[in-house]
Design a protein around this ligand. Structure first.
Ligand code: ABU
Length: 374
């Protein structure tokens, strides 16, 4: 089978993609960056364990259905090789009692042109997650002589990477105080080393929009800026007290059109100015179908806008998100409903569950008019 790695943006015609698996996903063991407290579902703070088997089976059913749907449309689909995520892992600096899973490849793998970059990640439980993708990356390396396989420097993730007593302080804050911290970009990560998740990057050709968040620090964005020196890297933030991944907050849909979260407003006005100045329309997403997170999910109801664009006229949307589907239909898309809510607890929606390998198209400049300093 001919393999070509290349993808410059979120909308060009998709021809080859990785779809994650739910197998063995964990409510991960406690670690400095993660605060889980789900007593109503059998996981009070401090406990951990594998997500229930019946949930895993339902999630895999929906993932397999999604993979088959993509294949029927002529898109090649590859799947990761799950590890035993229940086992403890360690480096010379720390020991972590469990890993997490390999449902959301988007968090780990960033495809920019001919390159797939393994992100640093910023959770100890996710430090080794790249191993689930290595069989695929090794294969792409053998089969595509133009494939650039890169890995960002693995962070140490010692106590110095995380702010001391962060969660104790966070839980004592009012909503306004939490927001004030967001404005100061003050979350769990320190700046001692670069950290980023790949899902904090939205790709628009020459311009990459990178959300600073609970899992991506300023040093991580600086590392990306130096690494992708032929691109323009824009550091952006949104009104959200625990931001994590840009793809349920700001989603480019096609040249000239982006979907914006109706609650998480951009706190970097330059971003809006840049889009407007270059003739882009930014539409607020529809109201989500769900009013609370899925059981055992750390992801929000805004997975409603975590859509996968197959080409500039076709988009996959979670099947219960009727209002979101209607809105995208009005915007001129063929909308493909995909049942996916049972996957939420395993790390996200349709965009999270995928990583681009190949989209047709070339590197373009969609923002020729820039904002100085942004
Ligand atoms: N990984 C995307 C989830 C983002 C969110 O829960 O809003």
């Amino acid at each position: 089978m001919h393999t070509k790695v290349c993808s410059w943006n979120e909308w060009d015609p998709l021809r080859h993609v990785i779809v994650g698996r739910a197998d063995g996903t964990m409510v991960q063991a406690p670690e400095p960056a993660v605060d889980r407290d789900w007593p109503e579902y059998g996981f009070p703070r401090g406990s951990w364990g594998r997500l229930p088997k019946e949930m895993e089976d339902k999630a895999n059913e929906q993932l397999d259905h999604f993979a088959a749907l993509l294949e029927r449309r002529g898109i090649r689909v590859d799947r990761p090789t799950p590890l035993d995520f229940s086992r403890p892992v360690e480096t010379p600096d720390w020991r972590q009692e469990s890993m997490f899973g390999c449902m959301p490849p988007r968090d780990v793998l960033l495809t920019v042109g001919h390159e797939i970059l393994e992100a640093t990640m910023s959770y100890r439980s996710r430090w080794f997650e790249y191993l689930a993708y290595r069989p695929l990356l090794e294969r792409y390396f053998r089969e595509d002589p133009e494939f650039r396989w890169e890995a960002a420097p693995k962070p140490r993730l010692t106590e110095r990477t995380y702010k001391k007593d962060y969660w104790k302080i966070f839980h004592s804050l009012s909503e306004e105080e939490k927001l004030e911290r967001t404005r100061r970009r003050d979350w769990i990560l320190t700046e001692v080393e670069p950290c980023f998740d790949a899902a904090d990057v939205a790709r628009c050709g020459r311009d990459l929009f990178v959300q600073q968040s609970t899992v991506t620090n300023a040093a991580g964005i600086d590392w990306l800026r130096r690494h992708f020196s032929g691109h323009r890297i824009h550091s952006v933030i949104f009104q959200e007290d625990q931001p994590m991944h840009i793809d349920a907050t700001f989603v480019p849909l096609r040249p000239g059109l982006a979907l914006s979260n109706r609650v998480r407003k951009p706190l970097t006005p330059e971003m809006i100015e840049l889009f407007r100045k270059n003739g882009w329309e930014i539409v607020e997403c529809a109201k989500p179908a769900h009013d609370k997170k899925a059981k055992l999910s750390f992801c929000s109801v805004w997975l409603s806008m975590n859509v996968l664009v197959l080409d500039p006229k076709t988009v996959c949307v979670e099947a219960s998100e009727v209002e979101q589907m209607e809105q995208l239909d009005r915007l001129g898309f063929e909308v493909i409903p995909v049942p996916f809510w049972d996957v939420a607890a395993f790390g996200g929606g349709l965009h999270c569950a995928t990583a681009d390998v190949y989209r047709e198209g070339s590197l373009e400049d969609y923002f020729p008019r820039q904002i100085p300093g942004f």
